[in-house]
Design a protein around this ligand. Structure first.
Ligand code: HEM
Ligand code: MTE
Length: 467
C-alpha cells in the first residue's frame, strides 16, 4: 500500500483562499474541502474561519460535527497527512514577558498579540446568546499572570477599626454563591469606525469588543461587609488592583463608587466562574471583578487587592484613559481631570450579518446583530433600515427577558425580510432604543474623540446584490 502524501503545516496554511484551494486538518489528516465550502450546512463563512488550519478548535464549539456522517463526509476530501517529523517542541523564550501567555482560539481576530487583544469574528459573535469562553473577546494591557490557585490570596483592606481580610479561594467559596448573566463591553468597541473619521490613539476594535457570559462568585457587598465596611461615605470609591504588572511593577487598577459596590441589587461580583468553568487565564483566573452595566475597564482581572478610598483609583486607566471628550479636544489641549471616568456605557447596537462589502443573493435576507445598554437599562427596540435610514423595520429581539433596571445582558436580534426587486445594493443600518428612550447618534463625526471611546453611532453595512 502506498503511503499518503505528507504536507507541512505551512503548506496547509498556504491553502486558505478559493484561488489556492481550501485545506483543513483533523488530527494528522489533511483535507482539500474547496468543493465543499459552498455546500456547508453551517454556511461558507463559518467553514472559512478554519481554512488553512485545524478543525478541532471550531468543532469543539459546534458539537454538531461529532457525528459519524460528518466524519464520513470529510473523509471523501482527504488528500494526505501532516508530516510527523515537523512536530518539534516549541522552545520557551524566557526573556519574553509574554512567553507564558495562554494558548488562544484560532477564530479570534487579533488586534494586538502582546499584550493580547482579540475579538470574535462577527459570524460567530451572535451565534450564541452566551459567548463560548474560548471566543470571548480579550482585552489585556499586560502579560497574563500565571497564578497558583492554592497559594492565591485576595487582600481586602478593612476600614479603620475594622478588619483586613486575606481570602483564599476556599474562603471565597464560603460566601453565598451568586450567579448573573452579564455583557462586558470595552470602551473601545467599534473604534475602527472612529478612525475612519480621523486618526485616534487605540486598538482597532471592530464590532466584537463585546461578549456575554454567565458569571458566578461572591457578591462584593458581602465580602466588604465581612471586613466591616458600610455605606457610610457616599463619595467613597472601591479600588481594585490586578496582579498583572508592567516591568516597573505598576499593576492594572480601576475603581467604582462605593454606593454601587454596596448595593446588593447592583450584583457586583468577585467572580471565580465563567459559564460554569473556572475563569480562563485570559479572563482573570482565579478571581475577577464583574460590575454589571459598567464599562469593561472596571472589571479588574487577576484581582489581588480591594480597598475603600476617599478618591477614585490613582491608576492610569482610571484617571488618564477611558474618558470621553469633545471632538475639538486634541492631545495638546486635553485635560483628563476635567472629565469623569467612564462607568455606565451608552446604548449600543451593531449588525453582525451580513457583513460590510459582502455580496448576497436577491430574495429573502436575514439581518442579525446585538444590542445592549449600560446601567441595567433594557433594550426595548431595534430598528433596521435597508435604505440607509429612510424607512425602518422593527427587528425581533431574542434572548433572556431581564428584570427592570437590571438588564445586564445584551439582546440578540434578527430581521427576516426580502430585498426589494431590482435592487443592486443595500445600505443596511441598525439603531437601538433603551428603556430610558436613549438612542444612538446617527453619525460618528460629532461623537469622535481623541481616544476613540464610546463609539456607538448607527451601525452601517453596505452589501451588493448578485444580479
Ligand atoms: C453544520 C460539516 C466546518 C459550523 C454542519 C453539518 C455538516 C458540517 C455536515 C450538518 C450537520 C448536521 O446537521 O447533522 C462541516 C465540515 C467542515 C465544517 C466538513 C470542515 C471541512 C465548520 C466550521 C464551523 C462550522 C469551521 C464553525 C466555525 C457549523 C455550524 C453548523 C454546522 C454552526 C450548524 C448549522 C445549523 O445548525 O444549521 N457542518 N463543517 N462548521 N457547521 Fe460545519
Ligand atoms: N484587568 C486587569 N487586571 N488587567 C487588564 O488589562 N483590562 C480591562 C478589564 N480588566 C484589564 C483588566 C479592560 S479595558 C476590559 S475591556 C476588560 O478587562 C476585558 O475583559 P476580558 O478580557 O475578559 O474580555
Amino acid at each position: 500500500q502506498e503511503s499518503p502524501p505528507l504536507y507541512t503545516k505551512e503548506e496547509v496554511y498556504s491553502h486558505r483562499s478559493p484561488e489556492t484551494g481550501i485545506w483543513v486538518t483533523l488530527g494528522s489528516e489533511v483535507f482539500d474541502v474547496t468543493e465543499f465550502v459552498g455546500l456547508h450546512p453551517g454556511g461558507p463563512s463559518k467553514l472559512m474561519l478554519a481554512a488553512g488550519g485545524p478543525l478541532e478548535p471550531f468543532w469543539a464549539l459546534y458539537a454538531v460535527h461529532n457525528q459519524p456522517h460528518v466524519r464520513e463526509l470529510l473523509a471523501q476530501y482527504k488528500i494526505g497527512e501532516l508530516n510527523p517529523e515537523e512536530n518539534v517542541p516549541p522552545t520557551l523564550e524566557t526573556s519574553d514577558p509574554y512567553a507564558d501567555d495562554p494558548m488562544r482560539h484560532p477564530a479570534l481576530k487579533v488586534n494586538s498579540q502582546c499584550p493580547f487583544n482579540a475579538e470574535p469574528p462577527p459570524e460567530l459573535l451572535t451565534e450564541n446568546y452566551i459567548t463560548p469562553n474560548p471566543i470571548f473577546f480579550t482585552r489585556n494591557h499586560l502579560p497574563v499572570p500565571n497564578l497558583d490557585p492554592d497559594t492565591y490570596r485576595l487582600h481586602i483592606v478593612g476600614p479603620p477599626g475594622g478588619q483586613s481580610l486575606s481570602l483564599s479561594l476556599g474562603d471565597l467559596y464560603k460566601f453565598p454563591k451568586h450567579e448573573v448573566t452579564v455583557t462586558l463591553q470595552c470602551a473601545g468597541n467599534r473604534r475602527s469606525e472612529m478612525t475612519r473619521v480621523k486618526e485616534v490613539k487605540g486598538l482597532e476594535w471592530r464590532t466584537g469588543a463585546i461578549s456575554t457570559a454567565r458569571w458566578a462568585g461572591a457578591r462584593l457587598c458581602d465580602v466588604l461587609a465581612q471586613a466591616g465596611h458600610q455605606l457610610s461615605e457616599t463619595e467613597a470609591h472601591v479600588c481594585f488592583e490586578g496582579l498583572d504588572s508592567d516591568p516597573t511593577g505598576t499593576a492594572y487598577g480601576a475603581s467604582i463608587p462605593l454606593a454601587r459596590a454596596m448595593d446588593p441589587e447592583a450584583e457586583v461580583l468577585l467572580a471565580y466562574e465563567m459559564n460554569g468553568q473556572p475563569l480562563p487565564r485570559d479572563h482573570g483566573f482565579p478571581v475577577r471583578v464583574v460590575v454589571p452595566g459598567v464599562v469593561g475597564a472596571r472589571h479588574v482581572k487577576w484581582l489581588g487587592r480591594v480597598s475603600v478610598e476617599p478618591e477614585e483609583s490613582c491608576s492610569h486607566w482610571q484617571r488618564r484613559d477611558y474618558k470621553g471628550f469633545s471632538p475639538s479636544v486634541d492631545w495638546d489641549t486635553v485635560d483628563f481631570d476635567s472629565a469623569p471616568s467612564i462607568q455606565e456605557l451608552p446604548i449600543q447596537s451593531a449588525i453582525t450579518e451580513p457583513q460590510d462589502g459582502e455580496t448576497i443573493e436577491p430574495g429573502e435576507i436575514t439581518v442579525k446583530g446585538y444590542a445592549w445598554s449600560g446601567g441595567g437599562r433594557a433594550v426595548i427596540r431595534v430598528d433596521v433600515s435597508l435604505d440607509g435610514g429612510l424607512t425602518w423595520h422593527a427587528a425581533d429581539l431574542d434572548g433572556e427577558e431581564q428584570p427592570p433596571r437590571k438588564a445586564w445582558a445584551w439582546r440578540l436580534w434578527q430581521l427576516q425580510t426580502s430585498v426589494p426587486a431590482g435592487q443592486k445594493e443595500l445600505n443596511i443600518v441598525c439603531k437601538a432604543v433603551d428603556d430610558s428612550y436613549n438612542v444612538q447618534p446617527d453619525t460618528v463625526a460629532p461623537i469622535w474623540n481623541l481616544r476613540g471611546v464610546l463609539s456607538n453611532a448607527w451601525h452601517r453595512v453596505h452589501v451588493h446584490i448578485t444580479p
